[in-house]
Design a protein around this ligand. Sequence first.
Ligand code: AMP
Length: 362
Amino acid sequence: MIIKPGQTIGIIGGGQLARMMCFEAYKLGYKVCVFANNDDSPAFDVTDNKIMGDYGDQKLIDKFIDSVSVVTFEFENLPYETLTYIEKKILMRPTSRSLYISQDRIREKSFINKLGVNTTDYQQINNLSDFNRGVEEFNYSALLKTARLGYDGKGQFNINEKSNIAEIYHQALEHNVPLVLEKKVDFVKEISIISARDSNGNIVCYDAVENIHKDGILRKTIAPANIEEHIKNKAKTIAKKIVEGLDYIGILAIEFFLDKDDNLLVNEFAPRPHNSGHYTIDACYHNQFEQAIRAVAGLPVMSTKQHSKAEMINLIGDDILQAETLSDNSLIKIHNYNKKQIKTNRKMGHYTKIPLPEGEVR
Ligand code: AMP
């Protein structure tokens, strides 16, 4: 089914990803309705068609369904039941299945392994003795993670020889979700790849990019990644396997660890546009948000060609206060999400830095 200009695309979630999807939807002639549970939602700024309230509120869900022609979502921590309910009534792209798998790290890794793709070594932790055994097996070099509801490094516990295992276990249990222990990867680089698949099954992949994290939060993306061509191709092959395995429609981001032997291990995937793809707005002819909207609307996905090398730097917490005065001898494009409240570790904006050709001044 093709959604025509003038029709309304419904987005669940109102963060910066929804905001940037709205910009692209309007460019293509669509209207947007955003359903979000927080008044301080960056996407509310850019559409006057909004529904504010709990994602489980039946009346609001029905109102949302009645207001739109197709539905998509911009983040993973949504009630699965809401999505399956919506999906029965109206077209949703991607489907709830990809969210169901990606919402749970254990399910996600097992799905990826079944496709013949490597992930980090992991063990499900059901009790303290599982945890003790796992930690020994991984040689006290591991991370305990909540299998659900974690993002940006939240719900993660670093384990080394000095760790108090029982104390960490009890802290982790307080999150009230299943736990997974992962072997710590001695990676050379972290990379990610963004793919888009349309309703006719065409797949396009952006070049792999390199990501630099601090405290579990993405700080910087270097696009394209400075890695050998065969690794970039391997990442694309894996991405195609995963999007096909999910029978996916939309944008899917996959994060990998690259080890010193050139092995790629999948860390996780996200069934939505991704922070490491923000550079595509300023450095590619068709950005990830446009591709997401096109796929949702039933249009063909477009070229992923990058016209400029770029770096994307996140503006986190107080960093946003420098946004207006950022300047150096490169092209700098600032994206301020206009979040009303600055919080430590909150992603407030980002900028893309495009180097000028040698000898050229701004
Ligand atoms: P995640 O929430 O799984 O994306 O983790 C956030 C960040 O923590 C990753 O981007 C890595 O920098 C680090 N990290 C997570 N899992 C591992 C692992 N198994 N080994 C090494 N570093 C990890």
